[in-house]
Design a binder for this molecule. Structure first.
Ligand SMILES: NC(=O)c1ccc[n+]([C@@H]2O[C@H](COP(=O)([O-])OP(=O)(O)OC[C@H]3O[C@@H](n4cnc5c(N)ncnc54)[C@H](OP(=O)(O)O)[C@@H]3O)[C@@H](O)[C@H]2O)c1
Length: 233
């Protein structure tokens, strides 16, 4: 059996724990140096996953930006950027979103059986739509990614997908960036919603690194024995 991919969660939040504000504009938490660090982490992964709401709301590119890092990947026989992955239940995805239009690499869309037809109609021409069973679980997504050769997966949010990987105990490492401001608006999304998570006051996660990057602070948490604390990126 193929081992499940190593799963690295990446999130940036405000001091008061919000991952966005309530406006329609995209809110940036990281600074240029931290975006460059994130680029390095991306370049070290085989695939990047975001939820469909993040595709709709943020319209992210999810590409390795640095020419050098893309060239390094190609020199090692890899595509310039990791495979892009999303999950949807509604199939409500726009084929002109940058997730689909930018980059020559593979794009995978996981959805429950009942949404396959609609999702293929929407984005079947620009992505591979995968019937992931019903309901779609992180386990099923990871098993399919492993079969496609993905060994290291970066999960970039939003809160719904982060929560599912955390609650299922399928996260090996968390990179949490805190930006030096408050959002202060209860309508805005937080990192994760209420839930039962494997790390609680009786079982504390292990901090493997704290790093100041300009005006933000990165904390890296080991969430499984597979995280050896090296290679912070
Ligand atoms: N600060 C950060 O680091 C960061 C990073 C990324 C995103 N964000 C923010 O996070 C917010 C979005 O987070 P979110 O929690 O609302 O959404 P999300 O996690 O991006 O996406 C949730 C959507 O993904 C699909 N989905 C997730 N799990 C599924 C499952 N098991 N089966 C089927 N479909 C599934 C559903 O799509 P359908 O609705 O299509 O069914 C669901 O509505 C945005 O405001 C974005 O800006 C912040």
């Amino acid at each position: 059996m193929t081992a499940r991919p190593y799963v690295l969660l990446s999130c940036a939040m405000s001091i008061d724990g919000y991952i966005d504000d309530a406006s329609t504009e995209r809110l940036l938490f990281s600074n240029d140096s931290d975006f460059d660090r994130i680029d390095a982490v991306r370049a070290g992964c085989d695939a990047i996953l975001v939820g469909a709401a993040t595709v709709r709301r943020d319209d992210p590119r999810l590409l390795v930006r640095s020419d050098r890092r893309r060239a390094d990947r190609v020199a090692h026989g890899l595509p310039p950027s990791p495979v892009k992955v999303t999950v949807t239940g509604s199939g409500d995805l726009d084929p002109t979103a940058r997730f689909f239009t930018l980059g020559d690499g593979a794009k995978l869309v996981y959805c429950p059986r009942g949404a396959v037809e609609k999702t293929r109609e929407q984005v079947g021409a620009v992505a591979t739509v995968v019937d992931a069973g019903d309901p779609v679980t992180p386990e099923a997504v990871l098993a399919d990614l492993a079969a496609r050769g993905v060994r290291r997966l970066m999960v970039e949010g939003g809160g719904s997908v982060h929560a599912q990987f955390l609650a299922a105990g399928l996260a090996d490492e968390l990179h949490l960036v805190v930006a030096p401001f408050f959002v202060g608006d209860g309508r805005a999304p937080r990192f994760v919603a209420d839930g039962r998570y494997p790390w609680h006051p009786g079982r504390r996660a292990r901090v493997v690194e704290v790093r100041q990057i300009g005006d933000v602070v990165l904390t890296r948490y080991a969430l499984s024995d597979r995280c050896d604390g090296r290679g912070g990126g």
